[in-house]
Ligand binder design. Structure first.
Ligand code: CA
Ligand code: CA
Length: 267
């Protein structure tokens, strides 16, 4: 696995055999395509794919970078590590912006062209805009918002899965919470940090579990992994929520999602 924590990435076709690829000066990456760009996160890089050889070149970062350059050499002929896949986060347009966020050409480009096998989605904060009912153990689907951002995500994930099937590729979906719904938080907002209310942990579990079940039932995708919070120590002007290590540990040990998902036939 190669963690692309830093660097701008540019793709180009290479003649075979693919020479070693050298990457330097890694910075927060954007993967640019003809249809848009995709934020890069810690995912593996597959430098070769049937009929298509791709190389990732990191454009030299600004000299003012606070991170010391750490050259990495990748040799496609040696496989000391298992590469789990090649992944990215987001669609052609950021979910927070006005859509449309993707089209069939973009999906084909990412799955068929780039060989994407891992995708990260975030659970929209407006998925449960108000509490569905007073019982986190009984779900009222009428209280969940399947329109708007969620409908676009579901259509996009379904299109990714169809493309992966067409190309005979695996597809792993990982989900992340950027912020619980505002009504679950101490600051009653999805932005500017705040924390999950202690009395809403079971409600939060319901919110996550219903998302996972909805994705499965709508697209056939069983989400591979769930992150309960992206960047849990950072309060941002964008969607965010802060946790101490102790509280996040308590949340993990609380009856969060696992017990409910097993009851719904999810693992
Ligand atoms: Ca609820
Ligand atoms: Ca409920």
């Amino acid at each position: 696995m190669l963690a692309l924590a830093t660097g701008h990435v540019r793709l180009r076709r290479l003649p075979r055999p693919v020479p070693p690829i050298r990457e330097t000066n890694l910075r927060p990456a954007r993967l640019h395509t003809a249809k848009g760009r995709i934020g890069m996160h810690s995912h593996g890089v597959s430098a070769r794919r049937a009929g298509l050889a791709l190389a990732l070149h990191v454009v030299a970062a600004a000299a003012s970078s606070a991170c010391a350059a750490q050259p990495i050499t990748i040799s496609p002929s040696a496989t000391p590590d298992t590469i789990a896949g090649f992944g990215a986060y987001g669609a052609a347009v950021e979910w927070q912006a006005a859509g449309p966020h993707w089209d069939s050409a973009f999906v084909e480009q990412t799955v068929g062209g780039l060989g994407l096998t891992i995708i990260r989605d975030d659970i929209p904060s407006d998925f449960e805009p108000v509490n569905d009912n007073g019982d986190p153990n009984v779900t009222n689907m009428a209280g969940f918002n399947l329109a708007g951002g969620m409908s676009q995500r579901l259509a996009w994930l379904a299109a990714l899965k169809r493309a992966a099937n067409r190309h005979g590729s695996p597809l792993r979906v990982v989900a992340t919470v950027f912020s619980p719904p505002a009504w679950m938080k101490t600051n009653a907002d999805t932005v500017n940090g705040g924390s999950l209310r202690a009395d809403c942990r079971e409600e939060f579990a319901e919110y996550c579990a219903v998302y996972l079940r909805t994705v499965r039932d709508s697209t056939g995708i069983e989400v591979y992994g769930l992150s309960l919070q992206s960047e849990p120590t950072r309060s941002l002007a964008t969607a965010s929520c802060t946790y101490t290590a102790a509280v996040l540990g308590q949340l993990l040990r609380t009856r969060t999602c696992g017990w409910r998902l097993r009851g719904w036939g999810l693992s």
